[in-house]
Design a protein around this ligand. Structure first.
Ligand SMILES: *Cc1c(COP(=O)(O)O)cnc(C)c1O
Length: 427
């Protein structure tokens, strides 16, 4: 047994499934998860000393690579002042001001410790603001693991929600209404069927939790007008897209302004941070200004704020980061298409900026059903083939890949070569 296998055995004795978040366990691709000990740039080193090119980037935060020097230095300095006050600091004002400057849809912002907290709080605020209870989410969109989000469609996508995790009550599920992603008419129908009852529509403006699925032309704009017409709070869950597609996230990228935005991942530079923000008038519903309660012992933690601030500031001051990411990821896409075409594969590649995913045996992927129809077995085989060759993709066909500025053309070429060799071996 190698060290990862030994550690996995031990971890499983004391942690459910040996992991602290389910995808990490490799259940959907099979095999033993790798345990890592260090990383630099976009290279990961596992506990057996083997190196991998990293396409997860901690699910987003490593947009400038692992152990980015300014971040490491900030952290070293920050720890000398204490790890937590539980009282206000200057840094909290600094990062809030910076977020409001970078994200046009955000006029005021509250920090949390995770994307989950950000999303569940945003829904609570939207309910408090509109005095309505139901909300619409889209199949295959992920908004963290709060009860209200763990709902999938019944037989018909537009029926009342049925909880898809034990522990979520029917009462909770009933207030979550589901629509297929990219389907504006389904949303219209739900609104008609639930007059004056819908507080919010929450969505990933580019879906990243069923592979990468961009919004169809007019989808975001259509949701914006429906929300205006029906007094519904439009929430963009930008936990994944925020600071990744542009410094203002997807709302800036597509020029559609939601009422609220949730943030996470990049915002903490790798430390546990989330945030929700939006229009002043809505955010002033939040305690202690308003009646909607929301709090956190470690929210705005000085170490996490320092780390996030350093990263966001660099992204804000260097717009060329985004053009470089776009250029390199477009190159990666072109090379993937060359190899897949050469191998006569039927496939779809979806890409927005530095988010990219491929699905096999489908001609387009616009929603969750399309993603489910893709050939997951071929993905699994490819996953293990490239892993063996030193490329670490997300261990699920339903994840997006993320590039960082440290993914050089040389590393991308190596990756494409690993894919080509794997396909050579299996087809
Ligand atoms: C990761 C993610 C979340 C949850 O964030 P956590 O920090 O894992 O709680 C919410 N929404 C989206 C779109 C995400 O990708």
């Amino acid at each position: 047994m190698n060290n990862s296998e030994l550690l996995f055995e031990r971890a499983q004795l004391f942690i459910p499934g040996g992991v602290n978040s389910p995808v990490r366990a490799f259940r959907s691709v099979g095999g033993t998860p790798l345990f890592f000990k260090s990383a630099k740039g976009s290279i990961l080193t596992d506990v057996d000393g083997k190196n991998y090119i990293d396409y997860i980037g901690s699910w987003g935060p490593m947009i400038l690579g692992h152990c980015h020097k300014p971040i490491v230095e900030t952290l070293k300095k920050a720890t000398e002042n204490t790890t937590s006050f539980g009282a206000p600091t200057e840094l909290e004002a600094d990062i809030a001001e910076l977020i409001c400057e970078m994200v046009p849809a955000v006029e005021k912002v509250r920090m949390t410790n995770s994307g989950t907290e950000a999303c569940m709080s945003a829904i609570r605020v939207a309910r408090g603001y509109t005095n309505k209870e139901k909300f619409i989410k889209f199949e295959g969109n992920y908004h963290g693991h709060a009860d209200a989000f763990l709902i999938k469609a019944g037989s018909g996508a537009i029926t009342l929600g049925v909880p898809n995790s034990p522990g979520v009550t029917k009462g909770t599920a009933q207030d979550t209404l589901l629509a297929p992603y990219n389907d504006l008419s389904a949303v219209k129908k739900i609104i008609e069927d639930n007059p004056n009852q819908i507080a919010a529509i929450i969505l990933e403006p580019v879906a990243g939790n069923m592979g990468c699925i961009p919004p169809k032309k007019g989808f975001l704009e259509g949701l914006r007008s429906l929300c205006n017409e029906h007094y519904i709070v439009l929430i963009f869950d930008e936990v994944m897209t925020g600071f990744r597609l542009s410094k203002g996230g997807a709302s800036e990228y597509y020029g559609v302004t939601p009422d609220m935005v949730t943030l996470g991942k990049i915002i903490g530079g790798g430390l546990p941070v989330g945030a929700f923000g939006g229009k002043k008038e809505i955010m002033d519903m939040v305690a202690p200004v308003g009646p909607v309660y929301q709090a956190g012992t470690l929210s705005g933690n000085p170490i996490a704020m320092g780390c996030g601030y350093t990263l966001l500031k660099e992204l804000n001051e260097n717009p060329s980061i985004y053009s470089q990411l776009e250029e390199n990821t477009a190159y990666f896409e072109k090379e993937l298409r060359r190899v897949f075409d050469y191998k006569n594969l039927r496939y779809t590649i979806n890409r927005v900026g530095s988010m990219i995913s491929f699905h096999f045996d489908v001609d387009e992927v616009n929603n969750f059903d399309d993603a489910c129809n893709a050939n997951a077995d071929l993905f699994k085989t490819l996953f293990h083939g490239v892993l063996k060759r030193g490329v670490y993709f997300a261990p699920s066909a339903f994840e997006s890949l993320f590039l960082s500025t440290t993914h050089t053309k040389e590393l991308l070429d190596n990756t494409v070569l690993s894919i080509e060799e794997t396909l050579e071996e299996i087809l």
